[in-house]
Design a protein around this ligand. Structure first.
Ligand SMILES: [Zn+2]
Length: 239
């Protein structure tokens, strides 16, 4: 927390991956004024959960310190959970997000087509989505579709890695009112810290890379992404 504050961060979103982890994120958010929570069941963590795991998430989601639902989404990389099971869970999270009017946090790995089809269908039935396609690493077409559906795109340390020009090119084309930055910690530490356990303070490097590709200063991009996050998550206004 001290290092995050020293790095200039004002708020941290702790994102749950299971019912127990979501509970821990909420407890942290209750203890630390700087932290708010998201609660959900990660698509790769769905195997072996108790039957009422989603019910527990639903109960946690009512708390005022919970500002988003997730992470949920689709993952065809690890192949531990059948895609049909992931899809059913995603639909429950989308319904909860709409019912409580809290944005949804979406994970996508090697499942862009399937995720976009589900989201578009959901959008056609129920209206524009409010949420985040997190740690974005998809194609330009997926980025375009996500924006059309109403989503924000969040970039992680991947845009700081050498050889990731295609992703930087996509990042540079995203409208500024839909840009966010994140750590995805403990994974994906940005380049100067690569190999270390990622932590909130390191998001500054990701923000700097995003600023550079948009031709802005770090301070300007920090302001933009902070305001976007606060608007989307319903947090207190401007820094
Ligand atoms: Zn994820």
């Amino acid at each position: 927390m001290v290092r995050a504050r020293q790095a200039g961060l004002s708020q941290i979103l702790a994102v749950g991956t299971t019912h127990l982890d979501s509970q821990a994120c909420l407890e942290r958010a209750r203890r630390e004024p700087m932290v708010v929570a998201a609660v959900g069941l990660h698509p790769t963590h769905l195997a072996g959960l108790p039957e009422d795991a989603f019910g527990q998430v639903e109960a946690l989601a009512l708390d005022a310190r919970v500002v988003a639902i997730g992470e949920t989404g689709m993952d065809n990389y690890w192949k531990e959970v059948p895609l049909e099971v992931q899809e059913a869970s995603l639909l429950r999270h989308l319904e909860l997000s709409r019912r409580l009017n809290k944005p949804v946090i979406l994970h996508c790995r090697d499942a862009g087509d399937r995720l976009m089809t589900i989201l578009r269908d959901n959008c056609d039935r129920h209206g524009t989505l409010r949420g985040i396609l997190h740690s974005f690493c998809g194609t330009a077409d997926e980025a375009k579709q996500a924006l059309e559906l109403g989503l924000h795109l969040s970039f992680s340390g991947m845009i700081t890695q050498k050889g990731n020009q295609p992703l930087l090119d996509i990042a540079s084309s995203i409208r500024r009112d839909r840009l966010l930055v994140e750590t995805d910690s403990p994974y994906l530490a940005p380049r100067p810290q690569r190999g270390k356990r990622n932590e909130p303070a390191f998001v500054v490097h990701t923000c700097a890379a995003l600023a550079e590709c948009h031709g802005l200063s770090l301070r300007e991009m920090a302001q933009i992404t902070t305001n976007n996050a606060r608007r989307l998550l319903g947090l207190e206004s401007a820094i």
